[in-house]
Each structure stands twice: as C-alpha cells, then as structure tokens.
Write a protein that binds this ligand. Structure first.
Ligand SMILES: C[S@@+](CC[C@H](N)C(=O)[O-])C[C@H]1O[C@@H](n2cnc3c(N)ncnc32)[C@H](O)[C@@H]1O
Length: 237
C-alpha cells in the first residue's frame, strides 16, 4: 500500500482562516496568472491536478461552462475535501497521484496545476503528454525559484502548523531553463511565461516576503503546449 501523502497532515489547516499566509499569497499569484494566460471557455475537457481547493471549478462556473467537463484530482483526500462542494454541481473528484491519472491518452484539452512543485517530476510531465490532446495546454505554477533559493534547502518545503509543529513536503522548483528542459524532454513546448511579483499582492502579510523588493517574483507561471501532429506532405516530381 502507498504511504499517505504528507499533505494529509496539512489538509485541515491549509486554507483555514489565518493559517499559511505564504500559501495564500502564492495562491493569489497563481490565480492572477491563470486568468491572464488561459481563456477557459476555449477548452472542452479540463483536469485540475493537485487541486486542493479547486480554482478551475469557480472559473468554469463564471464562464458558464458545464462542470461535468471538469475532473478535480489530488493525491490527498483531506486536501480534496476542500473541493467537495463542486461534486454537487457536476464536477468529478478523484484521489490519485499526478503521474497516474485515470484518463485515456489524448483525452484532455487543458490541465491546470497550481503550485505543482510537489510532483514536478519527469513522470508527471510524461503523464501530461500522454493525456493531453495534440494542441492541448497545461497551466503550471510554482513558488518563484528566486524566493525558494533564499528560503529552502534541498527539495523540501516546511510548513509550520498552528501548534508550532513542522511538516515537510516534497517540492521541486527549478529555474526557467531547467523547468523548460524538464517539460521539453516530455515533448511539450513553452507558449507563455508570467511571473507574479510581490508588488502585485493585495495584502502582504507573510514575513517570508519581508526581504523582497516589490519587483521580485513570488510565483512563476508557465503555459506549455503539446504540439499538434505534424503532417508532412511529400510531393513527387
Ligand atoms: C501546494 S499545494 C497546492 C494546492 C492548490 N493547487 C492551490 O494552489 O491552492 C499542492 C497540492 O498538491 C497535492 N499533491 C502533492 N503531491 C501530489 C502528487 N504526487 N500527486 C497529486 N497531487 C499531489 C497536495 O495534496 C496539495 O493539494
């Protein structure tokens, strides 16, 4: 049996009022990036990976899209609980790892992965390439590389809980070139990149951003595309 994700320990506090101000700021940045880089009305089948509290669902509702076109997934049942309300409105919810999606190949037109650093691995990107239709997109955000360099050691993020205990979770944040190389190795190409900076935050309550200037990025966002199939036409002379 697989070990439970360390996110199960964080789940009850992750979105609770007054908790995790840094995560709230990352989430705000991710949402701005999604709205700028993706027009959800253009997509017919959408999957949100590592969703926690779904952002794709309210976005689709706002755009008047049927929620039956949406699959909300997460490895942690506790984190997915934050999206439960959307199942009553037609969205499908499933607990599964990001690199083993219960989907046919070439069946999805858009994947949304906000703060996807816990599963930013070759096997995840290969899975993205498997399930996307040719011409499909993935919107992917991570805490900014520059910020993580100052705050973290190794591929781990540490959360402090209300009772002051600490929980470590996996986190792979790469610089721009390394991220594009990882995704490129799985066959996808970069369409757009957008950094969200500290100066764009509505409220800046996190002490962890105190050392940053307003121009420093706190979230890196990427829109990658699976190329359409190339049909080569050979003409005979
Ligand atoms: C940093 S949180 C972000 C949650 C949400 N996307 C947001 O922006 O608020 C990362 C999420 O990824 C999930 N997760 C962690 N490892 C995963 C994996 N291997 N496969 C799928 N989901 C995973 C966690 O349970 C958690 O909900």
């Amino acid at each position: 049996m697989n070990e439970p994700s360390a996110y199960e320990q964080l789940a009850s506090e992750y979105y609770a009022q007054g908790c995790n101000r840094t995560c709230q700021a990352f989430r705000q940045g991710s949402e701005v990036i999604v709205r700028e880089l993706v027009n959800i009305s253009e997509y017919t089948s959408v999957v949100e990976v590592g969703a926690g509290r779904s952002f794709a669902a309210p976005l689709m509702e706002e755009a008047g899209k049927p929620l039956s076109d949406l699959l909300i997934s997460d490895i942690s049942s506790g984190m997915l609980e934050w999206s439960q309300e959307w199942s009553n409105k037609g969205a499908k919810l499933t607990v599964c790892p990001a690199d083993t999606l219960p989907l046919r190949k070439r069946s999805v037109s858009l994947i949304i992965s906000l703060l996807g650093d816990p599963y930013n691995t070759p096997s995840f990107w290969e899975e993205v390439n498997r399930v996307l239709i040719p011409g499909g997109h993935i919107l992917f955000t991570v805490p900014a590389y520059e910020w993580t360099q100052a705050f973290r050691e190794g591929n781990e993020a540490v959360f402090t809980m209300k009772d002051e205990s600490q929980v470590a979770v996996p986190s792979t944040v790469l610089d721009f070139e390394a991220q594009c190389k990882l995704v490129g190795n799985a066959g996808l190409t970069l369409r757009q990149q957008r950094n969200f900076t500290k100066g764009e935050l509505e409220n800046n309550l996190s002490q962890k951003f105190a050392q940053l200037s307003d121009d420093d990025p706190i979230v890196n966002g990427y829109l990658f595309r699976k190329p359409s199939r190339v049909i080569s036409l050979w003409t005979r002379r």
